[in-house]
Design a protein around this ligand. Structure first.
Ligand code: CP
Length: 318
């Protein structure tokens, strides 16, 4: 298995099965620290740099919280408008990371351009973590999600994942690549204009051997799902730095909604729902108290997973 020391985390395309399990083991070791709301000194001599060119609640703050739990330091920006990359100069990724690499020991980057963290990694002498790039990938979110499935189900093999929502989403892409490493089936339910591209479908099925199928309506397939994985279809454009809410955003058609009535009538009793959040109306808040919801556990695991990744990348764990 390749070492995680000094490694960039850009994509789950290049993650091997045993590497997933190494990260999950590290997360198991570190979880009690977060659960007991303690801080340690495992990374007391390290600094995390956050470079966020798009809004974020969970991903940036979970990385920052993880670093604090590990006794490390945090610097960075949450809005590129306050930097030279976001003003008159539009400073390039290269010039920006050639500065950031001196301010810390690992850079976590979210960007509206697909491939921007990869470009950063080309120039940075410190590891780069992709915190979501345009419609590209969101590897640390999906590591969090699969860790949640493993802790809840005890396995990642033999499961059917029902992925509902916009399949252009970076989480969906990372999920498809990741599931190819397990004996898992992915059923996608997306609107026509948000479906997996033909190119990606060919890649995940023919190159990565993913068991993949598509359906029109969540009601037709929810009875087969062990894991219900959701994204909104009422979405901003992820290739933009920012999109303000304006007027009527529209409602989610029933095909892509999971309600407590649908769960009661059709879902497996032991299925679980994950949602990387934020949500719109595709997952009504009255589902939160049902036995299917696991998205708050997923949110807790978001800190644990970033603790595991930072510890492995920065050498606090092997
Ligand atoms: N899940 C996720 O990426 O959330 P944020 O956009 O709040 O980081």
């Amino acid at each position: 298995m390749r070492s995680f020391l000094g490694r960039d985390i850009l994509s789950l395309k290049d993650f091997e099965r045993e590497e997933f399990f190494r990260v999950f083991e590290a997360a198991d070791e570190l979880a009690p620290i977060a659960r007991n709301r303690r801080n340690t000194d495992l990374l007391s001599d390290k600094t995390l740099v956050t470079a966020f060119y798009q809004p974020s609640t969970r991903t940036r703050l979970a990385h920052e919280a993880a670093m604090h739990r590990l006794g490390g330091h945090v610097t960075g920006f949450a809005d590129a408008k306050m930097t030279r990359a976001g003003d008159f100069y539009q400073e390039s990724i290269k010039d920006t990371v050639k500065m950031l690499e001196y301010y810390g020991d690992v850079i976590v980057m979210r960007h509206f351009q697909q491939g921007a963290p990869h470009e950063a990694a080309r120039w940075a002498s410190v590891p780069v973590i992709n915190a979501g790039d345009g419609w590209g990938e969101h590897p640390t979110q999906v590591l969090t999600d699969l860790y949640t499935v493993l802790t809840e189900k005890g396995t990642l093999d033999g499961l059917t994942f029902l992925c509902i929502g916009d399949f252009r989403m970076r989480t969906m892409h990372s999920m498809a690549y990741a599931l190819s490493q397990f004996d898992a089936k992915l059923i996608a339910v997306s609107p026509k204009d948000m479906r997996i591209t033909d190119e990606m479908k060919k890649e995940v099925t023919e190159v990565y051997n993913l068991q993949f199928e598509e359906a029109e309506h969540v009601g037709d397939v929810i009875n087969r799902a062990d894991v219900i994985y959701m994204e909104p279809v009422v979405q901003p454009d992820y290739t933009k730095a920012r999109q303000e809410a304006s007027g009527d955003k529209g409602l989610t058609p029933a095909n892509y909604k999971v309600t407590k009535e649908l769960l009661r009538d059709k879902a497996k009793s032991d299925a679980i729902i994950l949602h990387s959040l934020p949500r719109q109306d595709e997952l009504p808040s009255d589902v939160d108290i049902t036995r299917w919801s696991r998205y708050w556990e997923e949110a807790f695991n978001g800190v644990v997973m970033r603790m595991a990744l930072l510890s492995l990348i920065l050498g606090a764990m092997e």
